[in-house]
Design a protein around this ligand. Structure first.
Ligand code: ADP
Length: 491
Protein backbone atom coordinates (compact mmCIF):
# COMPACT_ATOMS: atom_id res chain seq x y z
CA UNK A 1 0.00 0.00 0.00
CA UNK A 2 2.87 2.35 0.81
CA UNK A 3 4.31 1.74 -2.63
CA UNK A 4 1.04 2.13 -4.47
CA UNK A 5 0.66 5.58 -2.97
CA UNK A 6 4.12 6.42 -4.26
CA UNK A 7 2.93 6.48 -7.84
CA UNK A 8 2.10 10.16 -7.49
CA UNK A 9 3.28 13.23 -9.33
CA UNK A 10 5.43 14.05 -6.33
CA UNK A 11 7.80 11.17 -6.97
CA UNK A 12 10.54 12.90 -8.97
CA UNK A 13 13.60 11.13 -10.28
CA UNK A 14 15.48 14.13 -11.65
CA UNK A 15 17.41 16.81 -9.82
CA UNK A 16 16.28 20.45 -9.73
CA UNK A 17 18.57 23.13 -11.11
CA UNK A 18 17.38 26.57 -12.15
CA UNK A 19 13.77 25.42 -12.20
CA UNK A 20 14.47 22.53 -14.56
CA UNK A 21 14.31 18.81 -13.74
CA UNK A 22 17.63 17.50 -14.98
CA UNK A 23 19.91 14.47 -15.16
CA UNK A 24 23.56 14.48 -14.10
CA UNK A 25 25.92 15.86 -16.75
CA UNK A 26 27.62 12.46 -16.66
CA UNK A 27 24.28 10.71 -17.20
CA UNK A 28 24.94 8.55 -14.13
CA UNK A 29 22.29 7.59 -11.60
CA UNK A 30 22.22 5.86 -8.23
CA UNK A 31 19.62 3.64 -6.62
CA UNK A 32 17.30 4.56 -3.78
CA UNK A 33 16.22 1.59 -1.66
CA UNK A 34 13.34 0.85 0.63
CA UNK A 35 15.18 -0.27 3.79
CA UNK A 36 12.21 -2.36 4.96
CA UNK A 37 12.05 -4.52 1.84
CA UNK A 38 15.38 -3.99 0.10
CA UNK A 39 13.56 -3.14 -3.14
CA UNK A 40 14.66 -0.31 -5.42
CA UNK A 41 12.25 2.64 -5.39
CA UNK A 42 13.94 4.92 -7.91
CA UNK A 43 17.11 5.83 -9.78
CA UNK A 44 18.12 9.46 -9.29
CA UNK A 45 20.91 11.56 -10.84
CA UNK A 46 24.33 10.85 -9.38
CA UNK A 47 25.60 14.38 -9.68
CA UNK A 48 29.14 15.55 -9.10
CA UNK A 49 30.82 18.91 -8.65
CA UNK A 50 30.22 19.88 -12.29
CA UNK A 51 26.47 19.77 -11.68
CA UNK A 52 26.88 21.36 -8.26
CA UNK A 53 28.77 24.25 -9.86
CA UNK A 54 25.84 24.81 -12.25
CA UNK A 55 23.43 24.86 -9.36
CA UNK A 56 25.54 27.42 -7.50
CA UNK A 57 25.51 29.62 -10.60
CA UNK A 58 21.74 29.25 -10.87
CA UNK A 59 21.32 30.19 -7.22
CA UNK A 60 23.62 33.19 -7.64
CA UNK A 61 21.72 34.41 -10.68
CA UNK A 62 18.41 33.97 -8.84
CA UNK A 63 19.71 35.81 -5.78
CA UNK A 64 20.39 38.95 -7.79
CA UNK A 65 17.28 38.69 -9.98
CA UNK A 66 14.46 41.16 -9.63
CA UNK A 67 12.16 38.19 -9.07
CA UNK A 68 13.89 37.50 -5.76
CA UNK A 69 16.02 40.36 -4.46
CA UNK A 70 13.36 42.72 -5.78
CA UNK A 71 10.67 41.15 -3.60
CA UNK A 72 9.50 42.69 -0.37
CA UNK A 73 9.61 40.65 2.82
CA UNK A 74 5.83 40.44 2.63
CA UNK A 75 6.00 38.96 -0.87
CA UNK A 76 8.59 36.36 0.19
CA UNK A 77 6.42 35.55 3.16
CA UNK A 78 3.47 35.03 0.80
CA UNK A 79 5.42 32.56 -1.33
CA UNK A 80 6.51 30.62 1.75
CA UNK A 81 2.89 30.51 2.94
CA UNK A 82 1.82 29.08 -0.42
CA UNK A 83 4.55 26.45 -0.17
CA UNK A 84 3.35 25.63 3.34
CA UNK A 85 -0.25 25.15 2.18
CA UNK A 86 0.81 22.82 -0.61
CA UNK A 87 2.98 20.84 1.79
CA UNK A 88 0.02 20.52 4.12
CA UNK A 89 -2.30 19.38 1.33
CA UNK A 90 0.19 16.77 0.16
CA UNK A 91 1.14 15.39 3.57
CA UNK A 92 -0.02 11.81 2.95
CA UNK A 93 2.02 11.55 -0.26
CA UNK A 94 5.12 13.12 1.25
CA UNK A 95 4.84 10.85 4.29
CA UNK A 96 4.52 7.77 2.08
CA UNK A 97 7.67 8.75 0.19
CA UNK A 98 9.49 9.30 3.49
CA UNK A 99 8.46 5.92 4.87
CA UNK A 100 9.47 4.18 1.66
CA UNK A 101 12.98 5.62 1.51
CA UNK A 102 13.81 6.06 5.21
CA UNK A 103 11.93 3.14 6.76
CA UNK A 104 10.36 5.27 9.47
CA UNK A 105 6.86 4.14 10.48
CA UNK A 106 4.11 5.95 8.56
CA UNK A 107 2.70 7.68 11.65
CA UNK A 108 6.14 9.06 12.42
CA UNK A 109 6.53 10.15 8.80
CA UNK A 110 3.26 12.08 9.11
CA UNK A 111 4.59 13.51 12.38
CA UNK A 112 7.76 14.60 10.63
CA UNK A 113 5.75 16.17 7.81
CA UNK A 114 3.76 18.19 10.36
CA UNK A 115 7.02 19.20 12.07
CA UNK A 116 8.84 19.90 8.78
CA UNK A 117 5.95 21.94 7.37
CA UNK A 118 5.82 23.98 10.57
CA UNK A 119 9.25 25.47 9.77
CA UNK A 120 7.99 26.79 6.46
CA UNK A 121 5.00 28.34 8.21
CA UNK A 122 7.12 29.71 11.05
CA UNK A 123 9.70 31.29 8.78
CA UNK A 124 6.97 32.66 6.49
CA UNK A 125 5.86 34.56 9.60
CA UNK A 126 9.40 35.51 10.66
CA UNK A 127 10.24 36.79 7.15
CA UNK A 128 8.35 39.99 7.90
CA UNK A 129 10.09 40.61 11.21
CA UNK A 130 13.75 40.68 10.23
CA UNK A 131 14.12 44.01 11.96
CA UNK A 132 17.09 46.35 12.11
CA UNK A 133 18.00 48.90 14.79
CA UNK A 134 18.25 52.67 15.14
CA UNK A 135 21.02 53.59 17.56
CA UNK A 136 21.46 56.97 19.26
CA UNK A 137 24.68 58.51 17.88
CA UNK A 138 27.55 59.35 20.25
CA UNK A 139 28.06 62.80 18.69
CA UNK A 140 25.60 65.43 17.44
CA UNK A 141 24.48 65.38 13.79
CA UNK A 142 24.83 61.63 13.36
CA UNK A 143 22.32 58.79 13.13
CA UNK A 144 23.37 55.15 13.28
CA UNK A 145 21.43 52.30 11.75
CA UNK A 146 21.81 48.55 11.58
CA UNK A 147 20.11 46.58 8.79
CA UNK A 148 19.95 42.81 8.43
CA UNK A 149 20.61 41.69 4.89
CA UNK A 150 20.65 38.24 3.25
CA UNK A 151 24.12 36.72 2.94
CA UNK A 152 23.59 35.37 -0.60
CA UNK A 153 23.68 31.74 -1.72
CA UNK A 154 23.47 29.15 1.05
CA UNK A 155 24.65 25.56 0.60
CA UNK A 156 22.53 23.12 2.64
CA UNK A 157 23.72 19.57 3.31
CA UNK A 158 21.21 17.32 5.06
CA UNK A 159 21.00 13.82 6.56
CA UNK A 160 18.63 10.90 5.99
CA UNK A 161 17.09 10.63 9.46
CA UNK A 162 14.71 13.57 8.93
CA UNK A 163 14.52 13.79 5.14
CA UNK A 164 11.92 16.57 5.23
CA UNK A 165 12.39 18.63 8.39
CA UNK A 166 16.17 19.02 8.11
CA UNK A 167 15.60 20.66 4.74
CA UNK A 168 12.73 22.97 5.67
CA UNK A 169 14.38 24.02 8.95
CA UNK A 170 17.28 25.38 6.89
CA UNK A 171 15.62 26.38 3.61
CA UNK A 172 12.67 28.05 5.35
CA UNK A 173 15.02 30.33 7.28
CA UNK A 174 17.28 30.98 4.29
CA UNK A 175 14.40 31.92 1.99
CA UNK A 176 12.75 34.07 4.63
CA UNK A 177 16.00 36.01 4.95
CA UNK A 178 16.13 36.51 1.17
CA UNK A 179 18.87 33.98 0.38
CA UNK A 180 18.75 31.39 -2.38
CA UNK A 181 19.79 27.79 -1.74
CA UNK A 182 21.53 24.76 -3.14
CA UNK A 183 20.47 21.62 -1.29
CA UNK A 184 22.48 18.37 -1.23
CA UNK A 185 20.14 15.84 0.37
CA UNK A 186 21.42 12.59 1.86
CA UNK A 187 21.98 9.77 -0.63
CA UNK A 188 19.56 7.48 1.24
CA UNK A 189 16.63 9.90 1.07
CA UNK A 190 16.71 12.20 -1.98
CA UNK A 191 13.08 11.58 -2.99
CA UNK A 192 11.52 13.49 -0.11
CA UNK A 193 13.79 16.44 -0.95
CA UNK A 194 12.73 16.37 -4.60
CA UNK A 195 9.06 16.22 -3.63
CA UNK A 196 9.52 19.31 -1.45
CA UNK A 197 11.21 21.02 -4.40
CA UNK A 198 8.33 20.13 -6.69
CA UNK A 199 5.83 21.76 -4.34
CA UNK A 200 8.04 24.85 -3.91
CA UNK A 201 7.98 25.20 -7.68
CA UNK A 202 4.18 24.83 -7.75
CA UNK A 203 3.96 27.48 -5.05
CA UNK A 204 5.62 29.93 -7.43
CA UNK A 205 9.03 30.17 -5.77
CA UNK A 206 11.12 31.46 -8.70
CA UNK A 207 13.51 29.31 -10.71
CA UNK A 208 16.96 28.98 -9.19
CA UNK A 209 15.87 30.02 -5.67
CA UNK A 210 15.77 26.37 -4.56
CA UNK A 211 18.15 23.98 -6.33
CA UNK A 212 18.49 20.32 -5.37
CA UNK A 213 21.61 18.39 -6.29
CA UNK A 214 21.27 14.65 -5.72
CA UNK A 215 24.39 12.54 -5.45
CA UNK A 216 25.55 9.16 -4.24
CA UNK A 217 27.96 8.88 -1.34
CA UNK A 218 31.00 8.87 -3.59
CA UNK A 219 30.55 12.45 -4.82
CA UNK A 220 29.39 13.95 -1.51
CA UNK A 221 32.89 14.99 -0.34
CA UNK A 222 33.69 16.84 -3.60
CA UNK A 223 30.33 18.61 -3.60
CA UNK A 224 30.81 19.55 0.06
CA UNK A 225 34.25 20.90 -0.69
CA UNK A 226 32.94 22.94 -3.60
CA UNK A 227 30.28 24.50 -1.34
CA UNK A 228 32.97 25.37 1.19
CA UNK A 229 35.43 26.79 -1.31
CA UNK A 230 33.25 28.48 -3.93
CA UNK A 231 33.37 32.26 -3.53
CA UNK A 232 29.78 32.30 -4.79
CA UNK A 233 28.47 30.41 -1.76
CA UNK A 234 28.14 32.76 1.20
CA UNK A 235 27.29 30.24 3.89
CA UNK A 236 26.79 26.58 4.60
CA UNK A 237 24.42 24.80 6.89
CA UNK A 238 25.02 21.15 7.65
CA UNK A 239 23.24 18.53 9.73
CA UNK A 240 25.00 15.19 10.06
CA UNK A 241 27.91 13.46 11.65
CA UNK A 242 30.52 15.24 13.76
CA UNK A 243 33.20 13.76 11.55
CA UNK A 244 31.85 15.37 8.36
CA UNK A 245 31.05 18.58 10.27
CA UNK A 246 34.72 18.91 11.17
CA UNK A 247 35.77 18.49 7.53
CA UNK A 248 33.38 21.24 6.47
CA UNK A 249 34.57 23.54 9.27
CA UNK A 250 38.18 23.11 8.08
CA UNK A 251 37.25 23.64 4.45
CA UNK A 252 35.39 26.83 5.31
CA UNK A 253 38.46 28.38 6.93
CA UNK A 254 40.05 29.71 3.75
CA UNK A 255 37.01 31.61 2.65
CA UNK A 256 36.06 32.63 6.24
CA UNK A 257 32.70 31.21 5.33
CA UNK A 258 29.57 31.40 7.45
CA UNK A 259 28.80 27.94 8.83
CA UNK A 260 25.94 26.40 10.79
CA UNK A 261 26.50 22.90 12.16
CA UNK A 262 24.04 20.51 13.79
CA UNK A 263 26.10 17.47 14.68
CA UNK A 264 25.86 14.33 16.77
CA UNK A 265 24.77 14.24 20.39
CA UNK A 266 25.24 11.83 23.28
CA UNK A 267 22.15 12.69 25.26
CA UNK A 268 21.92 11.75 28.92
CA UNK A 269 18.49 10.77 30.25
CA UNK A 270 18.45 11.05 34.05
CA UNK A 271 15.69 9.69 36.26
CA UNK A 272 15.94 10.98 39.84
CA UNK A 273 14.36 9.39 42.90
CA UNK A 274 11.83 12.23 42.93
CA UNK A 275 10.61 11.43 39.38
CA UNK A 276 7.20 10.23 38.34
CA UNK A 277 8.35 6.88 36.95
CA UNK A 278 5.46 6.41 34.53
CA UNK A 279 6.19 9.78 32.93
CA UNK A 280 9.86 8.85 32.78
CA UNK A 281 9.10 5.55 31.04
CA UNK A 282 6.87 7.35 28.50
CA UNK A 283 9.63 9.91 27.92
CA UNK A 284 12.22 7.19 27.46
CA UNK A 285 10.10 5.40 24.87
CA UNK A 286 9.50 8.48 22.70
CA UNK A 287 13.02 9.77 23.06
CA UNK A 288 14.65 6.45 22.27
CA UNK A 289 12.48 4.66 19.74
CA UNK A 290 11.44 7.50 17.47
CA UNK A 291 12.95 6.74 14.08
CA UNK A 292 14.36 3.48 15.50
CA UNK A 293 16.74 5.45 17.74
CA UNK A 294 18.24 7.25 14.76
CA UNK A 295 17.91 10.84 15.88
CA UNK A 296 20.69 13.09 17.10
CA UNK A 297 18.62 14.04 20.14
CA UNK A 298 17.80 10.41 21.07
CA UNK A 299 18.60 9.57 24.67
CA UNK A 300 21.87 7.68 24.57
CA UNK A 301 22.80 7.12 28.22
CA UNK A 302 20.09 6.33 30.74
CA UNK A 303 21.14 7.24 34.29
CA UNK A 304 18.71 5.98 36.91
CA UNK A 305 18.93 6.78 40.63
CA UNK A 306 19.27 3.71 42.80
CA UNK A 307 15.91 3.83 44.66
CA UNK A 308 13.91 3.83 41.41
CA UNK A 309 16.20 1.73 39.22
CA UNK A 310 14.33 -1.57 39.54
CA UNK A 311 10.90 -0.05 39.03
CA UNK A 312 12.06 1.94 35.99
CA UNK A 313 13.89 -1.04 34.46
CA UNK A 314 10.97 -3.44 34.84
CA UNK A 315 8.35 -1.00 33.50
CA UNK A 316 10.62 -0.10 30.60
CA UNK A 317 11.27 -3.77 29.82
CA UNK A 318 7.55 -4.44 29.54
CA UNK A 319 7.10 -1.52 27.15
CA UNK A 320 10.10 -2.44 25.00
CA UNK A 321 8.95 -6.04 24.70
CA UNK A 322 5.54 -4.77 23.53
CA UNK A 323 6.97 -2.80 20.59
CA UNK A 324 5.73 -3.92 17.19
CA UNK A 325 8.59 -4.14 14.71
CA UNK A 326 8.28 -4.33 10.93
CA UNK A 327 7.71 -2.46 7.67
CA UNK A 328 6.73 1.08 8.63
CA UNK A 329 4.14 1.22 5.83
CA UNK A 330 1.95 -0.84 8.19
CA UNK A 331 0.40 1.74 10.51
CA UNK A 332 0.54 -0.59 13.52
CA UNK A 333 4.32 -0.82 13.39
CA UNK A 334 6.17 1.25 15.99
CA UNK A 335 9.78 0.43 15.08
CA UNK A 336 11.02 0.12 11.50
CA UNK A 337 14.35 -1.01 10.05
CA UNK A 338 17.70 0.75 10.46
CA UNK A 339 18.52 2.92 7.45
CA UNK A 340 21.27 0.83 5.89
CA UNK A 341 23.80 -1.94 6.40
CA UNK A 342 26.46 0.35 7.84
CA UNK A 343 24.08 1.46 10.62
CA UNK A 344 22.86 -1.99 11.60
CA UNK A 345 26.42 -3.32 11.63
CA UNK A 346 27.41 -0.45 13.90
CA UNK A 347 24.55 -1.08 16.33
CA UNK A 348 25.33 -4.81 16.43
CA UNK A 349 29.00 -4.06 17.02
CA UNK A 350 28.25 -1.67 19.93
CA UNK A 351 26.17 -4.33 21.66
CA UNK A 352 28.71 -7.11 21.06
CA UNK A 353 31.50 -4.87 22.37
CA UNK A 354 29.51 -4.12 25.55
CA UNK A 355 28.60 -7.76 26.16
CA UNK A 356 32.20 -8.85 25.68
CA UNK A 357 33.25 -6.33 28.37
CA UNK A 358 30.70 -7.54 30.93
CA UNK A 359 27.42 -5.76 30.13
CA UNK A 360 24.13 -7.57 30.75
CA UNK A 361 21.31 -7.77 28.21
CA UNK A 362 17.97 -7.39 30.04
CA UNK A 363 15.91 -7.87 26.88
CA UNK A 364 16.23 -7.92 23.07
CA UNK A 365 19.37 -7.47 21.04
CA UNK A 366 20.34 -9.24 17.84
CA UNK A 367 19.22 -9.05 14.24
CA UNK A 368 15.68 -9.98 13.19
CA UNK A 369 16.63 -11.71 9.95
CA UNK A 370 13.12 -13.10 9.53
CA UNK A 371 11.84 -9.52 9.00
CA UNK A 372 14.63 -8.41 6.66
CA UNK A 373 18.30 -7.51 6.54
CA UNK A 374 18.03 -4.22 8.45
CA UNK A 375 15.86 -5.07 11.46
CA UNK A 376 17.32 -5.13 14.98
CA UNK A 377 15.52 -6.25 18.12
CA UNK A 378 15.07 -3.30 20.55
CA UNK A 379 17.34 -3.94 23.51
CA UNK A 380 17.93 -2.87 27.10
CA UNK A 381 21.46 -3.32 28.40
CA UNK A 382 22.84 -2.68 31.84
CA UNK A 383 26.19 -2.83 33.67
CA UNK A 384 27.59 -0.30 31.21
CA UNK A 385 31.18 0.84 31.84
CA UNK A 386 33.17 3.79 30.49
CA UNK A 387 35.41 1.50 28.42
CA UNK A 388 32.48 0.41 26.22
CA UNK A 389 31.66 2.22 22.95
CA UNK A 390 28.03 2.18 24.08
CA UNK A 391 29.10 4.60 26.84
CA UNK A 392 31.17 7.02 24.77
CA UNK A 393 29.51 7.00 21.35
CA UNK A 394 26.04 7.66 20.03
CA UNK A 395 24.50 4.24 19.25
CA UNK A 396 21.93 5.62 16.75
CA UNK A 397 19.78 2.56 17.07
CA UNK A 398 17.12 0.90 19.25
CA UNK A 399 19.40 0.14 22.20
CA UNK A 400 18.93 1.48 25.73
CA UNK A 401 21.96 1.57 28.05
CA UNK A 402 20.95 1.71 31.70
CA UNK A 403 23.31 2.90 34.45
CA UNK A 404 22.63 3.22 38.18
CA UNK A 405 23.79 6.25 40.19
CA UNK A 406 23.63 7.34 43.86
CA UNK A 407 23.80 11.15 44.06
CA UNK A 408 22.70 14.08 41.91
CA UNK A 409 26.30 15.31 41.63
CA UNK A 410 27.40 11.95 40.34
CA UNK A 411 24.65 11.93 37.68
CA UNK A 412 25.50 15.45 36.50
CA UNK A 413 29.17 14.54 36.33
CA UNK A 414 28.51 11.46 34.18
CA UNK A 415 26.02 13.40 32.02
CA UNK A 416 28.63 16.07 31.26
CA UNK A 417 31.48 13.63 30.74
CA UNK A 418 31.37 13.92 26.93
CA UNK A 419 32.50 16.30 24.22
CA UNK A 420 28.98 16.26 22.80
CA UNK A 421 26.43 18.71 24.13
CA UNK A 422 23.26 18.59 22.09
CA UNK A 423 20.25 17.52 24.16
CA UNK A 424 19.82 16.19 27.70
CA UNK A 425 16.76 14.97 29.55
CA UNK A 426 15.88 14.50 33.17
CA UNK A 427 12.86 13.56 35.21
CA UNK A 428 12.25 15.11 38.61
CA UNK A 429 9.26 16.43 40.53
CA UNK A 430 11.45 18.57 42.81
CA UNK A 431 11.38 22.17 41.64
CA UNK A 432 14.70 23.15 43.24
CA UNK A 433 16.35 20.17 41.64
CA UNK A 434 14.80 21.01 38.26
CA UNK A 435 16.45 24.44 38.07
CA UNK A 436 19.69 23.30 39.74
CA UNK A 437 20.26 20.43 37.33
CA UNK A 438 19.03 22.29 34.21
CA UNK A 439 21.65 25.01 34.84
CA UNK A 440 24.45 22.50 35.24
CA UNK A 441 23.76 20.38 32.17
CA UNK A 442 26.29 21.10 29.43
CA UNK A 443 23.89 20.89 26.49
CA UNK A 444 22.06 23.25 24.14
CA UNK A 445 18.61 21.79 24.89
CA UNK A 446 17.13 20.33 28.06
CA UNK A 447 13.96 18.27 28.28
CA UNK A 448 12.55 18.23 31.81
CA UNK A 449 9.84 15.62 32.28
CA UNK A 450 9.63 15.54 28.46
CA UNK A 451 11.27 13.22 25.95
CA UNK A 452 10.26 15.07 22.81
CA UNK A 453 11.11 18.78 22.77
CA UNK A 454 11.79 19.95 19.19
CA UNK A 455 9.45 22.57 17.79
CA UNK A 456 9.74 25.40 15.24
CA UNK A 457 9.25 28.06 17.94
CA UNK A 458 12.32 26.96 19.96
CA UNK A 459 16.05 27.21 19.29
CA UNK A 460 17.54 23.88 18.25
CA UNK A 461 21.29 23.37 18.54
CA UNK A 462 24.20 22.15 20.57
CA UNK A 463 27.33 23.22 22.40
CA UNK A 464 30.83 21.65 22.53
CA UNK A 465 31.35 19.42 19.48
CA UNK A 466 27.62 19.19 18.80
CA UNK A 467 27.56 22.26 16.65
CA UNK A 468 27.46 25.94 15.87
CA UNK A 469 24.42 28.17 15.63
CA UNK A 470 20.73 27.55 16.18
CA UNK A 471 17.87 26.48 13.95
CA UNK A 472 14.20 27.29 14.38
CA UNK A 473 12.98 30.16 16.59
CA UNK A 474 13.74 33.77 15.63
CA UNK A 475 17.43 32.91 16.00
CA UNK A 476 17.22 30.50 13.06
CA UNK A 477 17.40 33.51 10.72
CA UNK A 478 20.83 34.58 12.05
CA UNK A 479 22.85 32.12 9.95
CA UNK A 480 21.43 33.68 6.78
CA UNK A 481 21.79 37.40 7.46
CA UNK A 482 24.61 39.75 8.22
CA UNK A 483 24.39 43.05 10.03
CA UNK A 484 25.10 46.14 7.96
CA UNK A 485 25.92 49.28 9.92
CA UNK A 486 25.04 52.59 8.28
CA UNK A 487 26.35 55.84 9.66
CA UNK A 488 24.63 58.98 8.42
CA UNK A 489 26.77 61.99 9.37
CA UNK A 490 26.84 65.75 8.91
CA UNK A 491 23.12 66.01 9.44
P1 ADP B 1 25.41 9.90 8.49
O1 ADP B 1 26.48 9.16 9.23
O2 ADP B 1 24.20 10.18 9.27
O3 ADP B 1 25.14 9.38 7.10
P2 ADP B 1 26.94 11.99 7.37
O4 ADP B 1 27.52 13.17 8.06
O5 ADP B 1 27.86 10.99 6.84
O6 ADP B 1 25.93 11.37 8.38
O7 ADP B 1 25.98 12.45 6.20
C1 ADP B 1 25.17 13.61 6.27
C2 ADP B 1 25.20 14.32 4.92
O8 ADP B 1 26.55 14.68 4.62
C3 ADP B 1 24.74 13.47 3.75
O9 ADP B 1 24.03 14.31 2.86
C4 ADP B 1 26.05 13.00 3.13
O10 ADP B 1 25.96 12.72 1.76
C5 ADP B 1 26.90 14.23 3.33
N1 ADP B 1 28.36 13.98 3.32
C6 ADP B 1 29.03 12.84 3.57
N2 ADP B 1 30.35 13.04 3.50
C7 ADP B 1 30.52 14.36 3.20
C8 ADP B 1 31.68 15.20 3.00
N3 ADP B 1 32.90 14.74 3.13
N4 ADP B 1 31.45 16.49 2.71
C9 ADP B 1 30.19 16.98 2.61
N5 ADP B 1 29.09 16.25 2.79
C10 ADP B 1 29.25 14.95 3.08
Amino acid sequence: SGLRRLSTALLQDKALIDGKWVSAASGKTFEVYNPATGSIIAHVPDMDSTDAQKSIEAAKKAFYSEEWSGLTAKERSGLLKKWFRLLEQNRPEIAAIMTAESGKPINEAIGEAVYGDSFVEWFAEEARRIYGEVIPGPVPNRELFIMRQPIGVAGLITPWNFPHAMITRKAGAALAAGCTVVIKPAEDTPLTALALGKLAQEAGIPNGVINIVTSGREHAPAIGELFCKSPDVAGISFTGSTQVGKILYRNCADGIKRLGLELGGNAPFIVFNSANIDKAVDGAMVSKFRNCGQTCVSANRFLIQENVFDEFASKLKERVEGLRIGDGANSEVKVGPLINKMQIDKVAHFVEDAVSKGATVITGGGRLKELGELFYKPAIITNIKPNMVLYTEEVFGPVISLMKFKTEDEAVKIANDTQRGLAGYFFSEDVQQIFRVARKMEVGMVGINEGLISTAEAAFGGIKESGLGREGSRHGIDDYVYLKYMCVGNL
